[in-house]
Design a protein around this ligand. Structure first.
Ligand SMILES: NC(=O)c1ccc[n+]([C@@H]2O[C@H](COP(=O)([O-])OP(=O)(O)OC[C@H]3O[C@@H](n4cnc5c(N)ncnc54)[C@H](OP(=O)(O)O)[C@@H]3O)[C@@H](O)[C@H]2O)c1
Length: 278
């Protein structure tokens, strides 16, 4: 992450995701620049507090005033309760950056009165800086709002801009929920190994390390999954025998397609429910 140019940030909620953001911001402050950060969080981690102060950030100034950016990292159901505290930091120019699942830009504008809004969707590997976050910005945002939002989201991993908010449901179904599909792959691979005679613990270790190693290989080589798959598939070999099953017309592709469609539909439904509650 590059150095921060001294933004005044108010972070609302510093749990798993908000905490990961703070950790990355502290690192960015160490590289130069600066940060004034107000944190509204009932259980703010004392280690993060020390980290920020040691890095040279100004933490919880007594009279914070209007923030340049308000980052919302609370659960959607906490938005109503948090709205009052948020309003203390909002001015006409304040950018609202929300990572809350299912809360639309229109809802954020309605509840908080902000026009410059960035709605982002991270995923769980973001907790260790290896996630991917897609975001969409409201029409009132300019290039520097987008750049600042990208910079503030960088501690969670890769950042991808989206052309339209409706695609957020697809992102939710693919990268938001996606880590669970990969964990399930490790689980069912281990179960298959156990059925073929390996003891449970060895099967679990082999499957988990295979998933982790394959992911790391993909990331470190930069090769496409298809290239890497072809590299381990000799014609007539064992991998080919398995792929013939997985790539059959009733194999992995139609199952994942159905899974993603189900998740997109559920994301739409949840979005409507959250919308009607906020
Ligand atoms: N984790 C993910 O992989 C992921 C992925 C995509 C999107 N998101 C979104 O990211 C957001 C944060 O998720 P998370 O996993 O970081 O949740 P989390 O660990 O529960 O963190 C939320 C934090 O906000 C605090 N909080 C609750 N009400 C508050 C209030 N009124 N004012 C200030 N702080 C308040 C909570 O404190 P208490 O625990 O005391 O209530 C908690 O520490 C959610 O909206 C979620 O939809 C998360």
């Amino acid at each position: 992450m590059t150095a921060l140019e001294q933004p005044k940030v108010a972070l609302i909620g510093a749990g798993a995701m908000g905490g990961a953001l703070v950790k990355g911001w502290a690192q960015a402050v160490r590289k130069g620049g600066g940060l004034t950060l107000s944190v509204i969080e009932p259980n703010f981690d004392a280690a993060l507090e020390r980290d920020l102060e040691a890095a040279g950030a100004v933490l919880n100034p007594p009279e914070p005033g209007i923030a340049d950016v308000i980052v919302l990292a609370i659960k959607p159901q906490s938005l109503r309760d948090a709205a009052e505290a948020v309003r203390d930091f909002i001015g006409p120019e304040t950018l609202v950056l929300s990572i809350m699942a299912g809360v639309s830009i229109a809802s954020l504008t309605r509840v908080l009165g902000a026009e410059r809004v960035v709605r982002a969707m991270p995923n769980t590997p973001g907790r260790i800086g290896r996630g991917v976050t897609a975001y969409v910005a409201s029409a009132a945002c300019n290039e520097s709002d987008r750049a600042l939002a990208e910079q503030l989201l960088a501690p969670l991993g890769a950042v991808e801009p989206l052309p339209a908010e409706r695609l957020m449901d697809v992102v939710t179904a693919v990268s938001g929920s996606g880590p669970a599909y990969v964990f399930l792959l490790a689980e069912v691979l281990a179960a298959a190994a156990e059925s073929e005679g390996l003891d449970r613990e060895t099967a679990a270790r082999l499957a988990a390390q295979t998933v982790a190693g394959a992911g790391a290989l993909m990331q470190e080589t930069g090769d496409t999954p298809s290239t890497l798959r072809k590299q381990v598939t000799s014609p007539g070999g064992t991998t080919q025998a398995a792929l013939d099953v997985l790539q059959a017309s009733d194999g992995l592709a139609p199952i994942l397609r159905r899974a993603v469609v189900a998740a997109v539909q559920r994301a739409r439904q949840l979005g409507k429910e959250i919308e009607s509650e906020s």
